[in-house]
Design a protein around this ligand. Structure first.
Ligand SMILES: Cc1ncc(COP(=O)(O)O)c(C=O)c1O
Length: 420
């Protein structure tokens, strides 16, 4: 596999103008030689960014239509976030959890209030939040539900993406993410995404939780049938099972609501949050949810040296403040309606389907036209950066600070690439 990846990188066709700079080529060569080949980036080399714009090492400007997979919901270097980080950098950045500090409690309270939950477990990466939710659900199953030890099961969805750790890839149905990383962690049952009847059939007395993305991001921005999440909620209630919503990519205003599951009118018992929680500045993630569930953890059973550090909490508090006004949710709703209206006009003209909610869309490309990779490269040539997910889907997720005029600039480029 490593060899194949290497060849793929070596064969990457660099669009002519992107090859213009020997400086850019030098940076790419360094990446190629010294960094692990676990990504296949577009051949642009970014040096600076602000708001919805990025600038490469040659001074060329690009509109960001990816927003760091939703980590940059507030754009690059939002002044309020930079101010919060700078202020905290001047005070204290890390204590470890061996001591209290003056940012943790306020951050947890403010995030719990924002999300309407009781308690917060702060971590760093998204995968860590998911791992943490799995551990909490298992502990809850043994301590509270009475599942015999080591027999707990968690029901997940096919085509899921919850991260890259060994436990999480154990229940991935994507062979690239999964294969050759075994032996795998047992205790997960995979059901088709959107199929609540399959979840019902899979529930047993040993089921601790159902873990699901309210909208599947990496799978291609897949919105489930309207009754899916409400039916999962009822099944979980009826069977004493926890519902865990992974809102790491879908949450924090991306879809026009604070949490994507609000569109379905349901509440989860646990939510995993990440990406935008760190304001695009540093990794900040969390499990938030019910007191009686997160409360099963006791000292020493879980933790992280950097989880809940003062800098992360200070930035997270600024993120919570920004989300509490509803301004970003509103922008996502309004601009998202425009985005989907314009992308919808491309169905039959290079696209076969457009999915998503708010300022988030998966554009399914027509067979015979450019692949997702080719479309992304063509867009980069036109100064718009986004990325395929799966071979045939363009994922569009601009920062929520983008203006309507900027959005139209990017959409004009997409229209030109898909219809040319
Ligand atoms: C739904 C979801 N969960 C978990 C993750 C993993 O987050 P991280 O890359 O920060 O570990 C991602 C990342 O794309 C995601 O989209």
């Amino acid at each position: 596999m490593r060899g194949r990846r290497h060849n793929l990188m070596a064969m990457t066709v660099v669009p002519s103008h992107l090859e213009a700079s020997s400086q850019a080529a030098r940076y790419r060569a360094l990446d190629e030689q010294y960094s692990a080949h676990n990504y296949h980036p577009l051949p642009v080399v970014i040096a600076e960014a602000s708001g919805a714009w990025m600038t490469d090492v040659d001074g060329r400007h690009y509109l960001d239509f990816l927003a760091g997979y939703s980590a940059l919901n507030f754009g690059h270097r939002h002044p309020d976030l930079i101010a919060a980080a700078t202020e905290q950098l001047g005070r204290v950045t890390l204590t470890s959890r061996a001591f209290h500090h003056d940012q943790l409690g306020p951050f947890c309270r403010e995030l719990a209030e924002l999300t309407g939950t009781d308690r917060v477990l702060p971590m760093n990466s998204g995968a860590e939040a998911v791992e943490s939710a799995i551990k909490i659900a298992r502990k809850w199953a043994y301590r509270v539900k009475g599942v015999p030890e080591n027999r707990a099961e968690i029901i997940v969805a096919g085509s899921n993406f919850h991260g890259r750790t060994t436990t999480i890839v154990s229940f991935s149905t994507d062979p690239v993410a999964h294969d050759e990383f075994g032996p795998y962690t047992p205790g997960f049952i995979v059901t088709d995404y959107g199929d609540a009847a399959a979840v019902e059939a899979a529930i047993t007395e040993r089921t601790a939780a159902v873990l699901v993305e309210p909208i599947q991001g990496e799978a291609g921005v897949i919105v489930p049938p309207a009754d899916y999440l409400p039916r999962l909620r009822r099944l979980c209630d009826d069977n004493d099972v926890l519902l865990i919503a992974d809102e790491i990519q879908s949450g924090l205003a991306r879809t026009g609501e604070l949490l994507a599951s609000e569109h379905d009118g349901i509440r989860a018992d646990l939510y995993t949050l990440g990406k935008a929680l760190g304001g695009g500045i540093l990794p900040v993630s969390a499990v938030v949810g019910r007191d009686d569930v997160i409360g099963v953890l006791e000292p020493g059973q879980h933790g992280s040296t950097f989880g809940g550090n003062p800098l992360a909490c200070a930035v997270g508090r600024a993120v919570v403040r920004m989300l509490s006004t509803g301004e970003f949710q509103e922008r996502s709703r309004e601009l998202g309606a425009h985005l989907h209206a314009r992308l919808g006009e491309l169905v039959g003209r290079g696209a076969v389907e457009v999915r998503g909610r708010g300022l988030w869309a998966g554009v399914e490309l027509a067979a015979g036209g450019p692949t997702g990779r080719q479309a992304s490269e063509a867009l980069a040539e036109r100064g718009v950066l986004c990325k395929e997910t799966q071979d045939t889907t363009l994922r569009i997720a601009p920062p929520l600070v983008i203006t309507r005029a900027e959005l139209d600039t990017g959409l004009d480029a997409i229209e030109a690439v898909l219809t040319s």
